[in-house]
Design a protein around this ligand. Structure first.
Ligand code: NAD
Length: 504
């Protein structure tokens, strides 16, 4: 019998109202490892969860923010105690290697402690009044019920980036995780709910955190259209983000969108090549290329083009594919059969439509042990030209496109010429070139002599252009998304004072 999981609604773990379910399987051992059975929910389950979150909000917003922060510190402690176990299950569920899933859990822990401490800040601002005997204050107030819709590639870190700041600010949560990673999401919610019960004791408020499993086009759609959800925070693909913006925007919900990327690493002719090689291997093939910040383009200076590619291909051919919980594995499987088919279809486009030159990979991994899962060979196309589809469109798999550039200006123009703008990187020893790149690259994140991936939890995270709608997660910036500013004027003059009129 496989384990059966439930939704958490109003403090109670329960099946979907319809009783429908879906399976979650290990992408490295598809037929052999059934992880669990999860509720496939409907609009009615969302309605119940939103009603619970709405009622809970009136109590939760009155819990002092430092106390809400105390809960998050306990959440961080519990995640730390269970770090290896959560990472193991994460790898089993999603496929990336154990060292990386540990990093994903650590990012959640860091976010818990950061958000926990924010309970004692959440600073407001005061400004002098233009009138005598009058005081002006402004402070943050929570917004209400938040709807959180997340992808499968960082199933621990991404929900924590959203839910922890939302909670410490005094909002309540309805969480719909990706269908491919429901177990990690359930573990996270179970930890939050347990910490709430422990810290609040008899004052525990059911309905502050709710999780509703199911399909995006059913559960997700019900959330974005729900009149009692006040804000939506979404991370996922750009087409779904656009749809969410249209529907949620129609009722003027606050919407934060973190979407796709087509990130590039530039390597100049003066760069430390060994370092740049290590970075591109990690950036392009870590998490099997399924990161929003993955290096999917490598822009090489013409002077080092052939030499660098020669070294890179040798290293890529040595990468060891396998189940990420086994020792010595570099690259896990694609998350699903459908994702692997998308990768393969882009490889076909690269060969047949773009006519780029394939120098590594380009097929399903055929080894016996690998045939049990959705493995794809780490793939490199060279002589890719700006504008080709594999150079412009997000593939979200282990495929790297290499493009030749003439100089720094050319490199930056190539890097900027996509619809996306999430992460970027330049390898150079020339300090002037580095600063020009920092200034001129159009992306939310730029690394100098580092891979395109590896964001830190206390820094702003997000992108420009079609990567998002201008909000940032992480660090101090996210608190603006989860609060409204309230301006307060206190007049202690004892008379009616009219701003702009009596004083000018
Ligand atoms: P996806 O857009 O298919 O799904 C994301 C979530 O949206 C899932 O929970 C899904 O069920 C839900 N969803 C799908 N259709 C919906 C609808 N009509 N209404 C409401 N919800 C709906 O993305 P994915 O395949 O899970 O993740 C990969 C994508 O996420 C890539 O494009 C990647 O770049 C992006 N991503 C971006 C960031 C970032 O911070 N910018 C981080 C990670 C992933």
């Amino acid at each position: 019998m496989s384990e059966k999981f439930k939704n958490l609604i109003n403090g109670e773990w329960k099946d979907s109202k319809s009783g429908n379910t879906f399976e979650n399987r290990n992408p490295a051992q598809w037929n052999e490892d059934l992880i669990g059975i999860f509720p496939s929910s409907d609009k009615e389950d969302i309605n119940e969860a939103v009603a619970a979150a709405k009622a809970a909000f009136e109590k939760w917003r009155l819990i002092p923010a430092p106390r809400r922060g105390d809960i998050l510190k306990v959440v961080g402690d519990k995640m730390l105690e269970r770090k290896d176990e959560i990472a193991y299950e994460r790898t089993r569920e999603m496929g990336k290697v154990f060292a990386e899933t540990k990093g994903d859990v650590q990012e959640g822990i860091d976010t818990a402690y950061y958000a926990g401490s924010e309970g004692r800040r959440l600073f407001g601002l005061n400004a002098p009044s233009e009138l005598p005997n009058k005081m002006n204050l402004s402070f943050r107030v929570p917004i209400g019920v938040g709807g959180f819709i997340t992808p499968w590639n960082f199933p621990m870190a991404i929900p924590t980036w959203k839910i922890f700041p939302a909670l410490v600010c005094g909002n309540t949560c309805v969480f719909k995780p990706a269908e491919l990673t429901p177990k990690t999401a359930t573990t996270l919610v179970e930890i939050i709910d347990t910490a709430m019960r422990e810290v609040l004791g008899r004052d525990y408020i059911p309905g502050v955190i709710n999780i509703v499993h199911g399909k995006g086009r059913i559960v997700g759609e019900a959330m974005i259209a729900h009149p009692d959800i006040d804000l939506i925070s979404f991370t996922g693909s750009t087409p779904v983000g656009k749809r969410i913006n249209e529907v949620a925007g129609a009722s003027l919900k606050r919407v934060s969108l973190e979407l796709g990327g087509k990130n590039a690493q530039i390597v100049m002719n003066d760069a430390d090549q060994e370092l740049a090689l290590e970075a591109v291997l990690w950036g392009a093939f870590g998490t099997t290329g399924q990161r929003c910040t993955a290096t999917s383009r490598l822009i090489l200076h013409k002077d080092i083009y052939d030499e660098f590619i020669g070294k890179l291909v040798k290293k890529v051919k040595k990468l060891k594919l396998g189940y990420g919980n086994d020792k010595g594995i570099d690259v896990g499987p694609c998350v699903s059969e459908a994702q692997r088919e998308t990768v393969n279809s882009y490889v076909k486009i690269g060969k047949e439509e773009d006519k780029a030159k394939l120098v590594a990979g380009g097929d399903y991994a055929k080894d016996d042990a690998l045939s049990k899962g959705w493995f794809y060979e780490p793939t490199i196309f060279v002589d890719v030209k700006p504008g080709m589809r594999i150079e412009q469109e997000e593939i979200f798999g282990p495929v790297l496109s290499v493009i030749k550039c003439n100089d720094l200006t050319d490199a930056i123009n190539i890097l900027n010429d996509t619809p996306y703008g999430l992460s970027s990187s330049i390898f150079t020893k020339n300090v002037n070139d580095a600063f020009v790149a920092i200034r001129d690259i159009k992306a939310g994140i730029t690394y100098v002599n580092g891979a395109t991936i590896g964001a830190e939890a206390h820094m702003p995270f997000g992108g420009v252009k079609q990567t998002g709608n201008g909000h940032r997660e992480g660090g101090w910036t996210v608190y603006d998304f989860y609060t409204e500013w309230k301006a307060v004027y206190i007049d202690y003059s004892g008379k009616l004072q009219r701003a702009q009129i009596d004083n000018y």
